[in-house]
Design a binder for this molecule. Structure first.
Ligand SMILES: NC(=O)c1ccc[n+]([C@@H]2O[C@H](COP(=O)([O-])OP(=O)(O)OC[C@H]3O[C@@H](n4cnc5c(N)ncnc54)[C@H](O)[C@@H]3O)[C@@H](O)[C@H]2O)c1
Length: 248
């Protein structure tokens, strides 16, 4: 129960990696706020967490709206009395298109959710964590926060941005006892990959020396470590969970 007494906010907590993180933190004693634009999904997640004996609450949040980010943080403090941990995880994938054929709207949307969403979330969380006397944040990047990927200009640019944002905020807040790190999953078997047909999935699997896609639980394990006191000297870094993808 290493998170007993701690309060965590997980954006995009209704599905996939966010849901696995929410479950992992709740099972170790954290009170978890599941924040998602999918309100029904967030309520379902909370039901699941509570049925397993955890403490949780759902809040509707659109990470592209700075006011919504602020009200989700306020909700966490009003509901559970404080905020200690945040996982800025909400994100989308994009249809594969070369850079020169990418519609401007598609670019703006993925930058808005996958990059600005992390900024708006941290902007709302940081003052509260500082006021608390400290805390920890994990931002969800991707293996594409360090590698390029043909057909995914906006997604790759956003995830590289998340890594830079993480390092910069970590420098700014290290002396105020807030640790900020990023995680870079390889391709993970979640609803995000629902558009991938069998052939595309086989191509993705082949990119991982482990010979399979990762699971959301495998990512949640690293997130939980980074949020925990066991990672007390881990600051401003980017941790791959990628079955060897980047080692090639
Ligand atoms: N699945 C993968 O292969 C993979 C690999 C690397 C990184 N990631 C990253 O992990 C994160 C989670 O992805 P996942 O695979 O669990 O996807 P998912 O689709 O299962 O879950 C994403 C969640 O984010 C929510 N969301 C989307 N836009 C939002 C918004 N504007 N405001 C609030 N919530 C919003 C969705 O409703 C959903 O619940 C994303 O940032 C994704 O880029 C995923």
């Amino acid at each position: 129960m290493e998170f007993e007494g701690r309060v965590a906010l997980v954006t995009g907590g209704a599905s996939g990696i966010g849901l696995a993180v929410a479950k992992r933190l709740a099972s170790d004693g954290a009170a978890v706020v599941v924040a998602d634009r999918d309100q029904e999904g967030a309520l379902r997640a909370v039901h699941e967490l509570e049925s397993a004996g955890g403490k949780a609450a759902a809040v509707a949040m659109d990470v592209t709206d700075p006011a919504s980010a602020e009200s989700a943080v306020r909700f966490a403090v009003e509901t559970f009395g404080r905020l200690d941990l945040a996982v800025n995880n909400a994100g989308i994938s994009t249809p594969p298109l070369p850079t020169g054929e990418t519609p401007v709207d598609a670019w703006r949307r993925v930058i808005d959710i996958n990059l600005s969403g992390v900024f708006y979330s941290m902007r709302a969380e940081l003052p509260v964590l500082v006021e608390n006397g400290g805390g920890a944040i994990v931002n969800m990047a991707s293996i594409l926060g360090t590698n390029g990927f043909a057909g995914a200009a906006g997604y790759v640019a956003a995830k590289h941005g998340v890594v830079g944002l993480t390092k910069t905020a970590a420098l700014e807040y290290a002396d105020r006892n807030v640790r900020i790190n990023a995680v870079g999953p390889g391709f993970i078997d979640t609803p995000l990959l629902k558009e991938a047909d069998a052939e595309h999935r086989a191509l993705l699997v082949a990119l991982h020396p482990a010979g399979r896609l990762g699971t959301a639980e495998e990512v949640a394990e690293v997130v939980a470590f980074l949020l925990s006191d066991r990672a007390s000297f881990v600051q401003g870094s980017y941790h791959l969970v990628d079955g060897g993808y980047a080692a090639r």
